[in-house]
Ligand binder design. Structure first.
Ligand SMILES: Cc1ncc(COP(=O)(O)O)c(C=O)c1O
Length: 395
């Protein structure tokens, strides 16, 4: 492990002869999923913004930021996972052909014979996506949140018609609570992390996210560019594993991947550091401004993908996220402004530091960040806590 400027990092040292399969995150799966997401009247590809002036200043080929604040008017990417998992659940329950599922079909009156309740636990974005999807398709939702959840995030889930309860525990315990609640109340748990035998829905959620990766690859194609680096932020690791799986399937081994987390919730980093192949837990309040990444237990079906295909694991203090937010709010040269929230921005903050800080030179050299690099960063949320956002960019 190395450490500088409050940032800790470990290069991937794990070797397994038989890497875990990523076939479920391939191009043909992505085609089906994007077809479903496109059936939503609100669907629009989110922008892939080229920060060319910043890239020139940092002596790096290109920096592309995918702006997920524009996703379905929900200010975050998460709805892509929950909406697809709910669709597959409904298709199976009502005997529909998976390849035919669409917004109109699922919304239709024929399916409304039963009172279904979708249940989940969330730091904010996932729960809002579940509440939104449930309401769009005519069902109810119950959402549990950990202590300290922001008032704005709570209210925006209530505004989607969900019953919301804030619990006196951290995110990981809220997940267990939601599972128990669903079992006792005939609810359907739609959780973005696997638990014991509960894996089908978390797999669908990860598959739902690959709509983002598929869009990026189409957008890069239009510019005749190929990605060389991915910088991915992780909470439980589902999002990062899903992006990594798709990009490795599509572009092969040459793409380099950096996975980053907040330092008080760095369970993926800890698992890489211990390096016994197993996921490891971080306990406690998991205090960080990056609320979406405040998770202490890796998703057991995402971790093996990160372990087998990731290159570098990084644990970051909150100031790295603040840096990314400020750069995107005050772009250099002709770059476009992006509103990026606490969990959306740490990738760009970290990249700038890697390129500028002598103490992080080892990362720059080993991962070959240079004039030929096309770096992909996904700003996974906008200002989902507007008060906090305003305070940070005013600093
Ligand atoms: C904005 C944002 N970015 C990234 C993540 C990380 O996703 P995962 O928990 O799948 O690692 C989350 C999770 O809620 C999020 O809300």
């Amino acid at each position: 492990m190395d450490e500088a400027l409050g940032i800790k990092w470990v290069f991937n040292n794990y070797y397994s002869k038989d890497k875990i399969s990523i076939d479920h995150l391939n191009e043909s799966t992505a085609d089906k999923i994007i077809h479903y997401h496109k059936s939503f009247p609100i669907y629009k590809e989110t922008p892939l913004v080229s920060l060319k002036s910043l890239a020139d200043r940092l002596s790096i080929g290109n920096i592309y930021v995918k702006d997920e604040s524009k996703r379905f008017d929900l200010n975050a990417f998460k709805v892509l996972g929950g909406s697809y998992a709910i669709a597959v659940y409904l298709a199976e329950r009502f005997g529909l052909e998976l390849s035919n599922i669409s917004y109109n079909l699922l919304k239709g009156d024929k399916l409304k014979d039963e009172e279904l309740i979708f249940v989940t636990a969330t730091d904010g974005n996932h729960g809002r996506g579940i509440a939104w999807t449930a309401r769009q398709l005519g069902y109810k939702s119950v959402v549990f949140m950990p202590k300290g959840s922001s008032v704005h995030r709570i209210e925006s889930i209530r505004d989607e018609g969900a019953k919301v309860e804030v619990l006196d525990c951290n995110y990981d315990d809220a997940v267990r609570y939601a599972k128990k609640y669903a079992e006792e109340n005939k609810g359907i748990l739609v959780q973005d992390t696997a638990l014991d035998n509960y894996i089908d829905i978390p797999i669908r959620i990860m598959q739902g996210y690959i709509t983002i990766a598929h869009e990026i690859s189409t957008q890069l194609n239009q510019e005749e560019k190929k990605p060389t680096h991915l910088i991915l932020q992780a909470g439980v690791g589902s999002f990062a594993a899903s992006m990594l799986g798709y990009f490795r399937n599509k572009y092969g081994e040459n793409i380099k991947t950096l996975i980053l987390e907040p330092k008080n919730a760095d369970c993926i980093f800890k698992s890489a550091l211990i390096n016994d192949g197993k996921p490891h837990i971080v306990k406690g309040d998991l205090e960080t401004i990056m609320a979406g990444l405040s998770c202490g237990e890796p998703n057991p079906i995402a971790w093996p993908i990160l372990r087998d295909y990731g290159d570098l694991f990084v644990s970051c203090p909150d100031y790295v996220a603040e840096k990314g937010m400020v750069i995107m709010a005050n772009p250099v040269g002709n770059d476009e402004r992006i509103i990026s929230g606490e969990s959306g921005a740490p990738g760009l903050g970290l990249l700038k530091m890697i390129m500028e800080e002598e103490k992080l030179k080892k990362i720059k050299e080993k991962l070959e960040f240079n004039e030929s690099s096309n770096v992909i960063i996904i700003s996974t949320e906008g200002d989902t806590d507007p008060d906090s956002y305003k305070k940070i960019i005013a600093k």
